[in-house]
Design a binder for this molecule. Sequence first.
Ligand SMILES: Nc1ncnc2c1ncn2[C@@H]1O[C@H](COP(=O)(O)OP(=O)(O)OP(=O)(O)O)[C@@H](O)[C@H]1O
Length: 259
Amino acid sequence: MSAPAISAHNLDLTFQTGDGPVHALRDVSLDIPDGEFVSFIGPSGCGKTTFLRCVAALETPTGGTLTVSGMSPDAARRARKYGYVFQAAGLYPWRTIGKNVTLPLEIMGIPRAERAHRRDEVLALVELDKFANKYPWQLSGGMQQRASIARALAFDAPILLMDEPFGALDEIVRDRLNEELLALWARTSKTTLFVTHSIPEAVYLSTKIVVMSPRPGRITDVIDSPLPRHRPLDIRDTPEFLAIAHRVREGLRDGMQAA
Ligand SMILES: Nc1ncnc2c1ncn2[C@@H]1O[C@H](COP(=O)(O)OP(=O)(O)OP(=O)(O)O)[C@@H](O)[C@H]1O
């Protein structure tokens, strides 16, 4: 069997700050097999972003072990094992959508023809193929987030890290992007780590839901979703869906009480 996409054991992270130590993650152990869609949900400040940043080698844990595709996070970063989608789309306003998407490929030194090919492919995946020559300000917020997903997909990394990518969008746009993201995940089968504050979003998207407690962030529950992989939006009204949402809510409440 190949190594899990992500494997964390007793992960700890304490930030040293001017006001004293901030214990952001405590004893986080989690294995994520290849191809799963895993949501992280928990109160603000519980370390969700910090965990993603550890996976991306942007933070160094102060204890425990973490492997990404069977290697150290730093080696995984150098091997370009992940794409990262941030809370804000973070597109460069002076570059077209197409040129935003190809920027990481330019930095990697990928030849022009190959860049153009990958740009067309990923823009088609997020249904923005007609917008390659537009500038970010000419697109809606939801389209900008899709462009930022395309940029993260451009170098075809096996892991996609998404930090609350739809948090700033209204519910209707968010619903549509949730549906599109599931379809995209089904087509690409990338291992996805997705941070959210929304219980319905976590339950709708995920094969596994990781519930975290307030700081220091611990895992209070890991729920393997019994829902089928194909999920129309109205699955959210089914008793199965509501039962998982209830369990997430309980997990969040238990974490708050224990804190
Ligand atoms: N570089 C840093 N230096 C000091 N403290 C930090 C640093 N980065 C994060 N923290 C602290 O660590 C804790 C966890 O932060 P993190 O951003 O991971 O939480 P989060 O669960 O993603 O929150 P939110 O849902 O609000 O985005 C917070 O208390 C935060 O203030």
